[in-house]
Design a protein around this ligand. Structure first.
Ligand code: ADP
Ligand code: MG
Length: 260
């Protein structure tokens, strides 16, 4: 368990506003006949930092992938920043432009430099002039503390550095919401902290974040809410202190007894 982040977190900018960033209502999803998500209800306010926990196979990845339509839901409603996610491609594009996602595997383009990885989508999708895209990329590479790597290729970087590039690359699209799916799970222990520190600094700047992670130290330090999923349902949610000290459901207690 990673506890390092705890002492240094500055919560002053981590205000949760009344504004709704994501509204999920009675959302259901099937893979063929397998009912993977059941009646998911979730309201995320701007500025929230939500950690999603739960056993493997409980539907955590599928749920957050539905939020930017990497997976399609079949029933219920998902509204992101006031735009409903359905088959309308314009809405999907709009939502994807506001929602950044970072995966367990960094998915950088191996044949492009770090800088090119960060400028590709801004230049080709957003039509940002190259010079401006490069300046933005350098800004975010500085933020994740690896500007000196800009002209290297992903294969020349450590896993932790590659994941920080993936975060910088997402930020170059200026998202209002960031989704993280186990961003530190593929990393060696000594690299976990540098990625968590990057996520902490994003939280300190008020980013709305949903993070699937097993890093309960991060959850305790940064999250305002922890959501526990099991078998395709949100079983329980609470602010971190209550969630860890006073879990209500047997399944949550069992899960916590296994990971803490
Ligand atoms: P978690 O992220 O909590 O480990 P997932 O959302 O990845 O869980 O998966 C939930 C369930 O859905 C698992 O049983 C998994 O095997 C199944 N699943 C995930 N993706 C697919 C898919 N593309 N097709 C069929 N089943 C899938
Ligand atoms: Mg997963």
């Amino acid at each position: 368990m990673q506890q390092q982040a705890t002492e240094t977190v500055d919560r002053s900018a981590m205000q949760v506003s009344d504004e709704v960033a994501i509204q999920i209502t009675k959302m259901n999803k099937w893979f063929g006949s397998f009912h993977v998500l059941r009646d998911i209800d979730l309201t995320v306010h701007r500025g929230e930092r939500i950690v999603i926990a739960g056993p493997s196979g409980s539907g955590k990845s599928t749920m957050i992938r539905c939020i930017n339509r990497l997976e399609e839901h079949q029933a219920g409603k998902i509204v992101v920043d006031g735009t409903e996610l359905g088959n309308d491609l314009k809405n999907i594009d709009k939502i994807r432009s506001e929602v950044g996602m970072v995966f367990q595997h960094f998915n950088l383009f191996p044949h492009l430099t770090i800088l090119e990885n960060c400028t590709l989508a801004p230049i080709w999708v957003r039509k940002v002039p190259k010079k401006e895209a490069e300046a933005t990329a350098m800004h975010f590479l500085e933020k994740v503390k690896i500007p000196e790597q800009a002209h290297k290729y992903p294969g020349q970087l450590s896993g932790g550095q590659q994941q920080r590039v993936a975060i910088a690359r997402s930020l170059c699209m200026k998202p209002r919401i960031m989704l993280f799916d186990e961003p530190t799970s593929a990393l060696d222990p000594e690299m976990i902290k540098e990625v968590l520190d990057t996520m902490v600094s994003l939280a300190e700047e008020g980013m709305t974040m949903l993070c699937v992670t097993h890093e309960m130290g991060f959850a305790q330090a940064v999250a305002n809410r922890v959501i526990f999923m099991d078998a395709g349902q949100i079983v329980e949610q609470n602010e971190p202190r209550e969630f860890f000290n006073n879990p209500q459901h047997e399944r949550t207690k069992l899960f916590l007894s296994q990971i803490l």
